[in-house]
Ligand binder design. Structure first.
Ligand SMILES: [Zn+2]
Ligand SMILES: [Zn+2]
Length: 331
């Protein structure tokens, strides 16, 4: 989805009180117990799986070899950014979460909350950060400890590397979203043999390489357990997307990390699988996964029975619902 809001928005939890709204980069400063179970969830907006196969993406390919991969991850309908990211971040289909366009105003957030609420209800104590290049994603992740939206992929990369290299108060769960490939598709055409589109995918891979290098240079990297998960919300054909055709719907899902099957081909997957996969990695028991339309993908049997840390609560607790301050402001 093209970015309609050129403003960078930074929102701390203080925004709940209507206090903070300003521009620019800043360190993440949230106090919370640290956890060794960490997640780097990367969203590449508008990336077709078949185009990714044609592009030169050595960093991504290395993760495929060392993780589990589906080149047939089906996005939801309509194959647009709003319903797509909402399904990825809630684990349910548009029929349940209610988002069918890019405004998110129909999101049934109380019945189908986003990943931060799901993780908190399951007992995850880590710091959660969202750094994106499409402002509505800040609404989807409004409950995270740190939320910021930028007008460019390069700013997302810079902020991501800054957060990951912080020695204190670094996020335990980092969601990154990059939008340049979708922009290239809308401008030049979504196609594996369209040079500007393929080049945009190669730039995504170069950013991935630099981010992974920063991750691996962390002081305590050897004692941390990082899940890396990369996916997309839809593909495209000609210069648009939104239809029920393979070009628009066939994206990919990559998971790599401790306890993830090595070199596994996942076959058919769905956008709704992303959140249950992450929660299974973090140790939630399987009986809590009935809330999702998707299923965990790539989690090894060894991981399921291993002595990894397990989330405190095996089932979700009812929680007090509070409305997004962004929605309140919009009215
Ligand atoms: Zn788009
Ligand atoms: Zn999109």
């Amino acid at each position: 989805m093209q970015n309609k809001n050129p403003c960078s928005i930074q929102i701390f939890k203080a925004l709940k009180l209507g206090i903070v709204l300003f521009l620019g980069l800043a360190p993440l400063a949230i106090s919370s117990e640290s956890t060794p179970m960490k997640v780097l969830l990367i969203g590449w907006d508008g990336v077709r799986a078949d185009a990714l196969q044609q592009a030169y993406t050595p960093h991504f390919d290395s993760l495929i070899r060392n993780g589990s991969y589906s080149d047939s991850c089906w996005s939801v309908l309509p194959s647009r950014s709003g319903p797509g990211w909402t399904s990825i971040l809630t684990g349910v289909s548009p029929a349940k979460h209610g988002v069918t366009d890019n405004k998110l105003s129909t999101w049934k957030v109380k019945e189908h909350p986003g990943l931060t609420r799901r993780l908190r209800e399951a007992g995850y104590l880590g710091r959660i950060a969202s750094v994106t290049h499409w402002a509505p994603l800040a609404q989807l992740n409004w409950e995270a400890d740190y939320v910021i939206d930028f007008p460019s992929d390069s700013s997302v990369e810079v902020q991501a590397r800054q957060l990951l290299s912080q020695t204190e108060n670094s996020p335990d769960f980092l969601f990154l979203h990059f939008d340049d490939a979708d922009h290239a598709g809308h401008t030049f055409g979504f196609h594996p043999y369209m040079p500007p589109y393929r080049l945009a995918l190669e730039h995504l891979d170069q950013r991935l390489g630099r981010i992974l290098a920063t991750l691996k240079s962390r002081q305590n990297y050897d004692s941390e357990h990082w899940l890396i998960c990369i996916t997309s919300d839809h593909g495209g054909h000609y210069r648009h997307h939104g239809d029920d055709v393979p070009e628009d719907r066939r994206t990919f899902l990559l998971v790599q990390g401790p306890g993830i099957e090595l070199g596994s081909r996942l076959g058919l997957a769905h956008s709704e699988d992303v959140l249950p996969t992450i929660m299974a990695f973090l140790g939630i028991r399987e009986n809590a996964l009935v809330y999702f339309d998707g299923i965990p993908r790539g989690i090894s049997l060894e991981r399921r029975f291993a002595n990894f840390p397990v989330l405190e609560n095996s089932v979700y607790k009812p929680s007090v619902y509070s409305e997004s301050p962004i929605f309140q402001q919009a009215r």
